[in-house]
Design a binder for this molecule. Sequence first.
Ligand code: ZN
Length: 73
Amino acid sequence: MNQYEECPECGNKQLIIEGEEVSRPRYSAKTGKLISKGHCFHTNGCQYTCCCGWFSEPTKYHESLPEIITNRR
Ligand SMILES: [Zn+2]
């Protein structure tokens, strides 16, 4: 994916990376009760966004996240 350091529209350097994550909660098939909220998180993708309303193309699920995020995991 393209990694942005500033907004191509307005030049703002305080961009936000908006992630889309899916958790895997576990429910009892018998009672429907929540057993655990799920500690396995799967990232679907993310996109850059700016306060001016600009959005980057979202990543596809198979693309890696920007390094600034993966380096922190
Ligand atoms: Zn902007």
